[in-house]
Design a protein around this ligand. Structure first.
Ligand SMILES: Nc1ncnc2c1ncn2[C@@H]1O[C@H](COP(=O)(O)OP(=O)(O)OP(=O)(O)O)[C@@H](O)[C@H]1O
Ligand SMILES: Nc1ccn([C@H]2C[C@H](O)[C@@H](COP(=O)(O)O)O2)c(=O)n1
Length: 228
């Protein structure tokens, strides 16, 4: 296996991708990781696993949520071709994508002790990725890995993001529910993570009128000339 390193520092390559809901972060990050032979970390899935646990145990309030999620054992796969996630030994790979979890996840992701615990774990996973990694979420370019050699804010118009999510859910949620999952969720999530504007040094890619392959091409081009 070839190891992708930043030639100037010999650090394994880290590609950080942030953006609002439905902008294409997961699909793009997986595609970049597959093309460059890197690992892939879906940090949103970790918050979703926490939300699944909170729903499963019928918990409420920041204190109960923090106690349960911070004590939980979250294991996550980093192979872009074989994603899985477990919490306390239960496989929740499929369950975390249910609309009820999308609706509830911000209430977990906005609890600061939960963020602190998951950010620590995310940094450990990045440090362990010897062949380099693509990491996507809301605070990767700013908090989790601000020293990543490639930092991208992936955006798209709200109408495009809602339409993409509606197409993906294929009637499983109403337009009002999808709009809530995209617009209200971004509003809540942006109270704890800065993904509505690019931080200094972060490249903005607007995917509104770009196909998935074009976005992957653009990020792979950035990876060919990473910031030291
Ligand atoms: N450039 C693109 N053009 C058209 N459709 C796209 C593009 N990128 C992603 N999609 C589609 O849009 C939908 C949302 O993409 P994806 O799940 O990758 O977004 P996301 O930013 O990770 O969303 P979330 O943060 O809500 O999980 C998927 O159905 C995906 O196939
Ligand atoms: N780094 C991150 C990643 C995700 N979140 C929150 C925001 C989302 O509502 C939720 C699920 O993420 P998704 O799977 O939709 O990308 O997790 C966050 O706060 N920070």
């Amino acid at each position: 296996m070839v190891t992708v390193t930043d030639v100037q520092t010999e650090r394994p390559l880290v590609v950080a991708i942030d953006g609002p809901s439905g902008s294409g972060k997961s699909s793009t990050a997986r595609g970049v990781a597959e093309r460059l032979g890197l690992a892939y970390l879906d940090t949103g899935a970790m918050y979703r696993a926490g939300a699944w646990l909170v729903a499963d145990q019928n918990l409420s309030g920041p204190q109960e949520i923090a106690e349960a999620v911070c004590a939980a054992d979250i294991e996550i796969g980093t192979d872009p071709g074989d994603f899985w996630i477990r919490i306390d030994g239960t496989d929740v790979t499929t369950a975390i994508r249910e609309p009820r979890i999308s609706q509830a996840v911000s209430a977990v992701a906005t609890v600061q002790p939960v963020r602190d615990a998951l950010i620590d774990q995310q940094r450990e996973l990045i440090a362990d990725a010897e062949r380099g990694i693509v990491v996507e979420g809301r605070d990767i370019t700013t908090v989790v890995a601000p020293d990543a050699q490639v930092r991208v804010l992936l955006v798209a118009d709200p109408q495009a993001r809602i339409a993409r999510r509606e197409a993906e859910l294929a009637g499983a949620a109403s337009t009002a529910e999808v709009t809530d999952q995209v617009i209200r969720r971004d509003r809540d999530d942006s109270t704890v993570a800065a993904f509505t504007e690019a931080a200094e040094g972060v490249t903005v890619i607007d995917s509104t009128h770009l196909g998935l392959a074009e976005v992957i091409d653009q990020i792979c081009s950035l990876a060919e000339k990473p910031t030291p």
